[in-house]
Design a protein around this ligand. Structure first.
Ligand code: GAL
Length: 845
């Protein structure tokens, strides 16, 4: 792909100036106020989009949407474990094509921030480390340890050289303006003391030595040595200051929402609070904000971290998991970015003068020598609105909000006043049926065959599987004498298995006897259940299941998974029988995995049974397959898996990810935007499966005969799996007319451009849809919010007719907010608004 022409020009200009004056640098630098690009301090908005969490076919659209949302930078981690699956074997193909991703950012004219890690956390399997790294002799992760440092340096060099070979650093005319080494090492360094500090210093120096020509950052690492910039991560960063007065304040992770785990609720972060937090950071001089995540996407395959991180990594981000714009989050932030950019010149050139406007109210005023003035008026009171006096004018500040005044007079944005469209998304049925269901029972009769490993005692799971599969069988047998009391009417014995995770199914003589699960915070759990043994030999087979390797912490080499015991049977005549040191046989993975049943070529390896012939709805350990045709249209697609239990699903051989319909427990009682946000504050989906929809990327499909294969651990009814499409159903917009002052000021400053002309209500249905009815329209003083609008005391009688005329039958429409548009002023001297709720339906051809 070509270097875009603006960047070429800038590079050329830099070189000419550099040669002629020796003063101007083309590389990116920084000072106490901001990142400096080509000699200019920049106030930058950035968003995280992780390339393997979407498909290359989605990247351009996601990045363009990021640009349209007012971002300057796209940030991504680089995921070591997908790029180097075995030592020295690299993979940069398909979803892992990092160069293509960065070039797509460049093509859109945006900058990139590359967080190389190599530790990334990110709710990603093993925090991004390849599992083979655990087996490098003498290794100690994220520590001052030669084997670890050698491997880390080799990988960082590999990535930096790859970027350099495509001229992707800004110093080479490319888009990358920043890079990160390590990730949130501060807390780890504290635990380790001096050796931790030595490692952090080594990591920083190693990175700087890679000579990228752009600055390095370390997030959450107060000790970041010069010239590395330490940065902040969190829900709020208004109290953050870098460790040296000559470094700018950078917020590398402004958490836009939160991740979810199977069995837990979904989390939402109200956009009013996110906008408030960002405005707080900017008002006191912050100049770089990265939303983590801007698009969260999907943990395809077995990439989810854990344990128990869901396949969906939606994150309540401004662009949803499927690549659709989430409103009002996206639009409100876009308006925030525009308002802040109006103040950019003042903010990067001056320090704020802070004055008190009340107990919890303040003004931050930036006045530059050239006479430009911008102000932020903040109300930190989470309970009450405040009326403040600033520059001899009155301003109303809603609770927990900041107003932005790019000219120190007129408010162009308030973080708590959401004026943009709200969209309601639904999963709608498609006409695509799942055809010819067939099943195959995972064969557990021949578990201890020649490929098995045998040992006395219990083995750690990852040491055996090397994470090539989630599944590891632990098999042993017990001989029960025919005189045992429980065989003659006594109480059944109890099997007790202690395990370090993450899930386990117990089979006694081929029958499922019970299952048990850990939690993300508490991976250790105990299975305790009555077991139906018989006289003679009994086979105990424990299927231990990893559900994403943990991604947070240090010393990864010491972590363990699987059945580490003790394992015992209680209630026999002899008392307790400890099986921990018995002879155990191990089988890595499923037979179906070994036969590659998930692929078009592999399915013929076994005899499938027609779904209708077998009443196996609740049969555990079953493979199911079906075919389907792709529904027309371009709406994103998903599988509704509510009728199933737990397992993995593939389409045309590509893994959609792990599924689990575990029900969410939590407190879903309402959510108020004001007051300090923490994920438990705003929960959704309690009492429902945490995740029932699983994204099926359209680019993985062919028009007909798509092969769907799934492996079900517990049991379920595959005939009730449906393909659904994600669509916008209702949209609302609620916009106030401009105060006359603002209109005049904007025309003075920006001319009579369309953008700064009269405000408009804009309604957008998704592509392929049109507005089929107007459910509500009122120009005046309407009340309520999207879904519950009501007329207020002032209402223009023509409202509904005017909006219908402009909007019905269209995909998008705009209605100008002016008295003349609605006949006449329905209530002079009152500031009015137009509220609309419209219904979107697929366009009839
Ligand atoms: C941060 C970490 C990110 C991600 C986030 C939670 O602490 O740096 O990688 O894990 O937490 O989503």
């Amino acid at each position: 792909m070509e270097v875009n022409s603006v960047q070429k020009w800038v590079l050329l200009w830099c070189i000419v100036l550099f040669i002629s004056s020796g003063l101007v640098h083309c590389d990116v630098t920084y000072d106490r106020k901001a990142i400096v690009i080509n000699g200019q301090r920049r106030l930058l908005f950035s968003g995280s989009i992780h390339y393997p969490r979407s498909t290359p076919e989605m990247w351009e659209d996601l990045i363009n949407k990021a640009k349209e949302g007012g971002l300057d930078v796209v940030e991504t981690y680089v995921f070591w474990n997908v790029h180097e699956p075995s030592p020295g074997n690299y993979n940069f193909e398909g979803r892992y094509d990092l160069v293509r991703f960065v070039k797509t950012i460049q093509k859109a004219g945006l900058y990139a921030h590359l967080r190389i890690g190599p530790y990334v956390c990110a709710e990603w399997n093993f925090g991004g480390f390849p599992v083979w790294l655990k087996y490098v002799p003498g290794i100690s992760f994220r520590a001052d340890n030669e084997p670890f440092k050698n491997a880390m340096k080799g990988y960082a060099e590999k990535i930096v050289n790859l970027m350099k070979s495509h001229n992707l650093f800004e110093s080479q005319g490319g888009p990358i303006i920043l890079s990160q080494i390590e990730n949130e090492y501060g807390p780890q360094a504290k635990v380790l003391g001096a050796p931790g500090h030595q490692y952090a210093t080594w990591a920083a120096n190693m990175a700087v030595g890679l000579d990228t020509g752009v600055p390095w950052v370390m997030c959450k690492e107060e000790d970041a040595p010069d010239p590395v910039i330490n940065t902040c991560n969190g829900f709020y960063c208004d109290n953050f200051f870098p460790n040296k007065p000559y470094k700018p304040a950078i917020w590398t992770e402004a958490w836009s929402g939160w991740f979810s785990e199977f069995g837990g609720p979904l989390h939402q972060r109200p956009v009013q609070d996110l906008a408030f937090a960002v405005a707080q950071f900017i008002q006191r001089g912050g100049s770089f904000v990265n939303y983590y995540m801007y698009h969260g996407g999907t943990n395809f395959g077995r990439t989810a971290g854990g344990p128990f991180i869901t396949t969906s990594y939606d994150y309540d981000a401004p662009i949803d998991e499927y690549g659709l714009i989430r409103q009002p989050k996206y639009g409100h932030l876009k308006e925030l970015h525009r308002a802040v950019k109006m103040c950019e010149k003042s903010i990067v050139s001056a320090d704020p003068a802070i004055t008190s406007l009340g107990n919890l109210q303040q003004a931050y005023v930036y006045s530059s020598e050239t006479g430009v003035c911008a102000a932020f008026l903040s109300n930190n009171d989470w309970k009450s609105a405040a009326r403040v006096m600033f520059n001899n004018m009155h301003y109303n500040l809603p609770p927990w909000s900041i107003s932005i005044l790019p000219d120190c007079r007129n408010v162009v944005f308030n973080t708590a006043k959401v004026g943009v469209q709200t969209s309601k998304m639904d999963m709608l049925p498609t006409n695509s049926e799942m055809l010819s269901w067939e099943t195959y029972s995972e064969d557990i009769s021949a578990l201890d065959d020649s490929s098995s490993i045998r040992s006395f005692g219990l083995l750690e799971q990852i040491n055996v599987t090397r994470d090539t599969s989630d599944y590891l069988w632990y098999i042993t047998s017990v001989d029960i004498g025919s005189t045992e009391s429980f065989l003659h009417g006594g109480e059944l014995p109890t099997l007790i298995v202690e395990t370090t995770g993450h899930a386990m199914h117990v089979f006694i003589n081929g029958q499922l006897s019970g299952s048990a699960f850990g939690t993300r915070k508490n991976r250790r759990f105990v299975f305790k259940g009555k077991v139906n043994l018989r006289a003679g030999s009994n086979r105990i087979a424990l299927l231990s299941v990893a559900v994403g390797l943990p991604n947070i912490g240090g010393h990864f080499e010491t972590w363990s998974t699987g059945v580490l015991g003790p394992v015992a049977i209680q209630g026999l005549d002899q008392g307790k029988w400890d099986l921990s040191w018995a002879k155990w046989t191990y089988q890595v993975g499923l037979k179906g995995e070994a036969m590659n049943l998930v692929s078009t070529n592999g399915i013929s390896a076994v005899d499938w049974m027609q779904g209708s012939l077998v009443a196996q709805k609740q049969q555990p350990l079953t493979w199911h397959k079906a075919y389907f045709n792709t529904p027309e249209g371009d709406e994103p697609l998903a599988l509704d898996m509510s009728s199933m239990g737990k397992g993995q699903v593939w389409i045309n051989g590509q893994s959609i990810g792990r599924y689990w319909t575990a029900y969410a427990t939590g407190d879903c009682n309402g959510c108020q935007y004001s007051g300090t946000f923490r994920p438990p504050k705003c929960q959704l989906g309690c009492g429902e499966p945490t995740q029932k929809w699983y994204h099926v990327p359209r680019s993985w499909l062919k028009p007909t005969q798509n092969l769907l294969v799934l492996f079900e651990e517990l049991g379920g009814d595959p005939t009730r799996i449906f393909l659904v499409k994600r669509s916008v159903t209702n949209v609302c917009s609620n916009v106030a007319e401009y105060h006359p002052n603002i209109k005049n000021w904007q025309i003075e400053n920006y001319g009579k451009t369309e953008e700064f002309h009269l405000p408009k209500v804009r309604i957008h249905c998704a592509p392929g849809q049109s507005i089929s009815s107007i459910k509500f329209a009122s120009f005046g003083t309407p009340l309520g919010t999207c879904g519950s609008f009501k007329q207020g005391t002032c209402h223009a009688p023509d409202s509904h007719a005017v909006v219908e005329k402009k909007c019905l039958g269209r995909q998008t429409c705009a209605v100008t907010i002016s008295n003349s548009n609605f006949g006449e002023d329905p209530c002079p001297n009152v500031l009015k608004r137009l509220s609309v709720e419209a219904h979107c339906t697929p366009t009839q051809n």
